[in-house]
Design a protein around this ligand. Structure first.
Ligand SMILES: NC(=O)c1ccc[n+]([C@@H]2O[C@H](COP(=O)([O-])OP(=O)(O)OC[C@H]3O[C@@H](n4cnc5c(N)ncnc54)[C@H](OP(=O)(O)O)[C@@H]3O)[C@@H](O)[C@H]2O)c1
Length: 378
C-alpha cells in the first residue's frame, strides 16, 4: 500500500538524521567530557599559571584564544531551521567532517588572546551568525563564513574561540537562554523590519506567516514600532498566543487556505504594507496577492520548499518590492540589541532543553509544534 511505503520511507529518513545527531552528540559528548576534564585540570594548574599554559598546546581540548581572539564559555544555544538541514545533510553546499553544529550562542568571555581590546573575562556576549560581516552590504563570500555550516564549527560546545569582532554585547535585561535566540532569527527579523529600505512607520501593516522564530520576532518588533501586525497560523491555540502578544488579526491558514483573501478583506481590499515571507514557494504567490501596491515582501524562508512557478506580472504591474533578506551584519545586531534594551523586549521561548537532549530540541523544531524559539542550555 502506498501509504505504508511512504511511512516506512519517512521512518528510515527520520532515523537516519537522528543517527546523525547522535553522532554529533557523541562527538560533542567526547569534546564535552574532555572539556570537563580540562577545565578541572586547568583549574588546578591555572593557579600556578605556567603549567596551565604549557598543558594547553599539547592538549588542545579547550581552545586557546589566538591573537585578536576570545574564547567564549557558551551558556545557551538555540536551534534554527537551517540546523535541521545541516544535521539531516540536506543543506546546500559541503560540510566539513565532524562539524560542530548550530549557529546561535550566548555566553561569557572565558579568556582573551593577545591584542584583544574590546572584551574582558566575564563579559556577556552573543556570537554573530556571520562573524565576518561587520557592516555594509552583504557579499556572497560571507555565506561560507557562517557559524555551524560549511567548514566553520558552530556553538554546540562548551568553549568556542572566535575573533573579538565576531561577537556583540548581550542586552543587559536578557538571560543567556533569551540572548541565544538572537543571532539568526532575531537579527533576520530586525533586518527585515527595521533596516530594509522604506521601513514602515506607526500605523502601517505587517503580515507574518506562522509562529516560528523569525515570525514571532518580527511580530514583536513590529508591535514595538506601532505597526498593525497580522499573522497566519495553523492552530487555534497558537492564534490565542498571538493575540496575547498583541497581534490584532490572526488568520488560520488551514481553515482558510485562501488566507490572502482574508488579509485583503482585513485591509479594506488594499493589502498589507510588508510581508515577512518565511514560507517560500508554497506561499509566495499568495503573498504577492496579499501585499499592497508598492508594498514590500521580505523573502526570508523556504518552509514550504523552493520549487514553484511565480507569475512576474503582478510584481511588475503593482510595483511590488521583492527583497531577499539574509540574517544581518554585526552592526545590525548591535543596533537591534540597543532597541531591545530600550523597549525591554524579551524573546519568546517555547522550551529549554538540556545539552544531553539536543536531539529532542531539533526533533521539536521539526515537529513544528513550537511557538517562538527552542533553546539548549549548555
Ligand atoms: N533568510 C535568512 O537569513 C533566514 C534566517 C532565519 C530563518 N530563515 C528561514 O526562514 C524560515 C523560518 O525560519 P524559523 O526559524 O522561523 O522557522 P521555524 O521556527 O521552524 O518556523 C516553523 C513555523 O513556521 C510555520 N509554517 C510552516 N509552514 C507554514 C506555511 N505553509 N504557512 C505559514 N506558516 C508556516 C509554522 O507555524 P504555525 O504552526 O503557526 O503554522 C511552524 O511552526 C525557514 O525556512 C528558515 O530556514 C531564513
Amino acid at each position: 500500500m502506498p501509504i505504508l511505503i511512504r511511512s516506512q520511507i519517512a521512518r528510515v529518513q527520520f532515523e537516519s538524521w537522528l543517527y546523525r545527531i547522535f553522532t554529533h552528540e557523541r562527538r560533542l559528548a567526547v569534546v564535552r567530557s574532555h572539556h570537563e576534564r580540562t577545565a578541572h585540570e586547568g583549574h588546578r594548574h591555572c593557579e600556578s599559571g605556567k603549567r596551565c599554559r604549557r598543558l594547553a598546546p599539547g592538549h588542545p581540548r579547550r581552545p586557546l584564544p589566538g591573537p585578536g581572539q576570545i574564547v567564549v564559555r557558551i551558556r545557551a544555544t538555540s536551534v534554527n531551521y537551517r540546523d535541521l538541514m545541516v544535521v539531516r545533510g540536506t543543506y546546500a553546499g559541503t560540510l566539513k567532517k565532524d562539524l560542530v553544529a548550530l549557529s546561535d550562542g550566548a555566553g561569557e568571555v572565558a579568556s582573551v588572546g593577545p591584542g584583544v581590546t574590546r572584551w574582558k573575562v566575564g563579559d556577556r556576549v552573543c556570537l554573530a551568525y556571520f562573524p565576518t560581516w561587520q557592516t555594509g552590504p552583504f557579499e556572497t563570500k560571507t555565506h561560507a563564513e557562517a557559524l555551524g555550516q560549511s567548514s566553520v564549527d558552530g556553538v554546540l560546545a562548551e568553549y568556542v574561540a572566535i575573533a573579538e569582532t565576531g561577537v556583540v554585547r548581550m542586552p543587559e535585561h536578557l538571560s543567556f537562554e533569551e540572548a541565544a535566540t538572537l543571532p539568526c532569527a532575531g537579527v533576520t527579523a530586525w533586518h527585515a523590519v527595521a533596516e530594509s529600505t522604506n521601513r514602515l512607520v506607526g500605523g502601517q501593516s505587517l503580515l507574518v506567516l506562522g509562529t516560528g522564530g523569525v515570525s514571532i520576532f518580527a511580530a514583536q518588533l513590529g508591535l514595538a514600532a506601532g505597526l498593525r501586525v497580522i499573522a497566519t497560523t495553523s492552530s487555534e491555540s497558537k492564534a490565542a498566543r498571538l493575540r496575547e502578544l498583541g497581534v490584532s488579526d490572526v488568520v488560520n491558514y488551514r481553515a482558510t487556505p485562501e488566507w490572502q483573501r482574508e488579509v485583503l478583506r482585513l485591509t479594506g481590499g488594499e493589502g498589507v504594507d510588508q510581508i515577512i515571507e518565511t514560507g517560500g514557494a508554497g506561499t509566495l504567490a499568495r503573498s504577492i496577492e496579499a501585499v499592497k501596491a508598492s508594498g514590500r515582501i521580505s523573502l526570508i524562508g523556504l518552509l514550504t520548499g523552493k520549487d514553484g512557478r511565480i507569475d512576474p506580472l503582478p510584481i511588475l504591474l503593482r510595483n511590488i518590492h521583492l527583497e531577499g533578506t539574509i540574517v544581518g551584519s554585526v552592526a545590525m545586531f548591535e543596533r537591534m540589541n540597543r532597541a531591545l534594551e530600550v523597549r525591554r523586549i524579551k524573546p519568546v521561548i517555547d522550551e529549554v532543553f538540556d545539552f544531553d537532549r539536543a536531539s529532542s530540541a531539533l526533533a521539536k523544531l521539526e515537529s513544528g509544534s513550537h511557538f517562538g524559539k527552542i533553546v539548549i542550555r549548555i
